[in-house]
Design a protein around this ligand. Structure first.
Ligand code: HMG
Ligand code: MG
Length: 306
C-alpha cells in the first residue's frame, strides 16, 4: 500500500519494554531473561532500545540488574542503547555501562515529579544540568522525557503552558530528543495534537517523540493523531508490558506489535521485523507466565497455531 501523503514516510520506533515494560513487574525478572529479551529485540532491527535505569534500587527493585544487563547484551552495531539517569549517580552508572544515550526524566506535573523522583520540577532540572554537561563531554546522546504531559494521577489536569515550559527547559539542557509522555494513558486524539503542536513550538518537531501508555485504550489513536501533525518517533513495549510504579493503575506502554502493524499497514517504514518482535513478545509472556496484551501479537500467534 502506498503511504498517505500527509503522514511521515518513515518513523523511528524506540523499544522501551526492557525498561518501562519490566520496571513495574511484581516478580523479579532475572538478568538472563532480560538479556535474551533485549537480544531478540536487537535482532528484530530496532534503531533504539531503552534497556536500563540507573535509579535507586530501593525505588525500583526491578532495575537493580541494569549494569549486568548492559554488560551482557549483544549490541547491534548502529543501534542506540538507552538508560535512565535521574542524577549524576545514575549518569556514572550509565557511563560505566557504555550507554549510548542517557535519559533525564522530568514531569510537566509538580505532584508527579515529587512522587517519582522526590523533587520539584525546578530541582529536577538543576539535577539534570550536570548530567547534560557530562553527557556532552563524553559524547553521549541526551534525551529528555516529560511525564504526565497529558494528565496526572495526583493533580489531574496539566496545562499546555506547563508542558511547553518543561520542553523549553529540556531544550535548554541540550537534549537531542524529547519525549512527551502520556504516563497514565488518558489523552485522546485532539488533545494529543494540541499538546504535540505546543511542544513543537518549543523544540524541533522531528526530534519529538510520543510515549503513550494504553490505560484507556487510546494509544494507537493518539499515535495516529501524532502522525497527522508530523511526529515521527514513538515509544512502545513489546507485548504491551506493564507500566510506571509511581502511576498507580496505569497499564503498559502501547504494544510494539500493534504499532508496527499500524505503521506497516500505512506504508510507513520502520526497518523492524514484526514477526521477530512477535516471537520476542511470546518469549517474555511465557517467562512471565501470562498472555501478552498485544492484539497484533496475539493474532500472529493464533495464526501460527491454527
Ligand atoms: P532520593 O531518595 O531523593 O535520593 O531519590 P537521594 O539523592 O537523597 O539518595 C538517597 C539514596 O538513593 C542514597 O542511598 C543514594 O545513594 C541512592 P543510601 O545512602 O540511602 O543507601 N541513590 C541512587 N542509587 C542508585 N542510582 C541512583 C541513585 N541516586 C540516589 N541514580 C531518586 C531520588 C531520583 C534517586 C529516586 O527518587 C529514584 O531512584 N527514583 C526512580 C523513579 C523511577 O525510576 N521511576 C520510573 C521511571 S520514570 C517512568 O517510568 C516514566 C517514563 O516512562 C515516561 C512516562 O511514561 O511518563 C520515562
Ligand atoms: Mg512510561
Amino acid at each position: 500500500m502506498n503511504k498517505q501523503p500527509d503522514l511521515p514516510s518513515k518513523v523511528k520506533i524506540v523499544e522501551v519494554g526492557p525498561r518501562d515494560g519490566l520496571q513495574n513487574e511484581a516478580q523479579l525478572v532475572s538478568a538472563d531473561v532480560k538479556v535474551e529479551l533485549v537480544d531478540r529485540l536487537s535482532k528484530a532491527g530496532f534503531p533504539n532500545l531503552e534497556v536500563a535505569a540507573f535509579v535507586s534500587p530501593r525505588w525500583v527493585p526491578q532495575m537493580a540488574t541494569s549494569a549486568e544487563v548492559m554488560e551482557r547484551i549483544a549490541r547491534r552495531p548502529g543501534a542506540i542503547y538507552s538508560a535512565l539517569t535521574p542524577n549524576m549517580q545514575g549518569f556514572e552508572g550509565a557511563l560505566a555501562a557504555r550507554a549510548d544515550e542517557v535519559v533525564v526524566f522530568g514531569s510537566a506535573s509538580e505532584a508527579f515529579s515529587q512522587k517519582n523522583i522526590n523533587c520539584s520540577i525546578a530541582e529536577s532540572i538543576a539535577r539534570f544540568e550536570p548530567v547534560a554537561k557530562a553527557a556532552r563531554e563524553h559524547g553521549i546522546r541526551l534525551r529528555g522525557s516529560i511525564s504526565c504531559a497529558f494528565g496526572c494521577p495526583y493533580q489531574g489536569e496539566v496545562s499546555l503552558d506547563a508542558v511547553a515550559d518543561v520542553v523549553g527547559r529540556m531544550r535548554d539542557l541540550g537534549c537531542d530528543e524529547i519525549d512527551i509522555a502520556d504516563t497514565i494513558g488518558v489523552s485522546t486524539p485532539r488533545k494529543t495534537q494540541a499538546v504535540m503542536l505546543r511542544a513543537a513550538a518549543e523544540f524541533k518537531l522531528d526530534q519529538i517523540a510520543g510515549h503513550f501508555h494504553d490505560t484507556y485504550g487510546q494509544a494507537l489513536a493518539n499515535i495516529y493523531a501524532s502522525l497527522e501533525v508530523g511526529v515521527s518517533i514513538f515509544h512502545s513495549s513489546v507485548s504491551g508490558l506493564s507500566g510506571c510504579p509511581y502511576a498507580k493503575g496505569a497499564t503498559g506502554n502501547v504494544a510494539t506489535e500493534d504499532v508496527l502493524y499500524l505503521m506497516h499497514g500505512l506504508g510507513i517504514e520502520t526497518g523492524i521485523d514484526l514477526a521477530l518482535v512477535a516471537d520476542a513478545g511470546l518469549f517474555i509472556s511465557q517467562q512471565l507466565g501470562r498472555k501478552g496484551v498485544s492484539r497484533a501479537g496475539n493474532a500472529i500467534a493464533a495464526k501460527r497455531v491454527g
